[in-house]
Write a new protein. Structure first.
Length: 231
């Protein structure tokens, strides 16, 4: 489990996780949500709906959902080695319809996430420049783009936490994988997809339904894409 520490009225990442968090976004509250907590695999909406349940787990889900919905993109989610896992139910249930989310491209233009994936299978990664787990997954993402980019829409959902479009563009100067990076400036995609940490990957089938969800460096994304394509 992640180590949590209360500082300055909020939850801060301890040890190496805190050291990796670079700076503080204006007006943002740094926080860590342990992606390995089983209860946090539900969406914020589903969690909030259960906040009144008598068990401790359900009460905690409601608290977490309230924090996510109120703070939006100002939350900092740092996946740790202890919380990393492979595929499983993370966020949206399998078979559910992919929700719409208004975002921005790196030039600040308003765009719709589903416009980038409509009509074909898709791979969405909730990503950040400072996310070491995302960096570990990058070779798999590169392989998917290189081998299946003509059949699969690959999109990076850049969370609006401790990074700006300018910083993302600088990062891409060193390695541009050839697929779009969209900036989740208001946290719409994070909330819609229940992505409570970076390195969450959501795969959609050609009908726009969730076919795979996973989080952490233990994911076998190449295999999941092959299955998505019926290989």
């Amino acid at each position: 489990m992640s180590e949590w520490r209360s500082m300055g009225g909020g939850l801060q990442p301890a040890g190496a996780a805190r050291a990796r968090a670079e700076g503080t976004a204006a007006g943002a509250t740094d926080a860590v949500v342990d992606a390995g907590t089983a209860g946090l695999r539900r969406t914020a909406a589903r969690a909030g709906a259960r906040a009144g349940a008598p068990t401790r787990t359900r009460v905690w889900l409601g608290v977490a959902a309230t924090v996510v919905l109120l703070a939006g993109p100002s939350l900092l989610f740092v996946p740790t080695a202890a919380s990393a896992q492979g595929d499983g139910e993370v966020g949206l249930p399998l078979g559910s319809e992919a929700p719409a989310a208004e975002m921005e491209d790196l030039d600040g233009n308003a765009v719709q996430l589903l416009d980038y994936v409509r009509g074909r299978p898709a791979v969405l990664e909730f990503w950040a420049t400072w996310c070491e787990t995302c960096e570990a997954l990058q070779p798999q993402m590169d392989r998917i783009q290189a081998e299946h980019g003509d059949r699969v829409a690959v999109v990076a959902v850049a969370v609006a936490v401790n990074q700006s479009p300018r910083r993302i563009r600088r990062h891409l100067e060193g390695h541009d994988p050839g697929y779009p990076f969209l900036y989740d400036v208001r946290g719409n995609a994070v909330r819609a997809y229940g992505a409570l940490t970076t390195s969450v990957v959501v795969m959609l089938d050609a009908d726009g339904r969730v076919a795979y969800t996973g989080v952490g460096r233990g994911q076998d994304l190449a295999r999941a894409v092959e299955e998505l394509l019926g290989g």
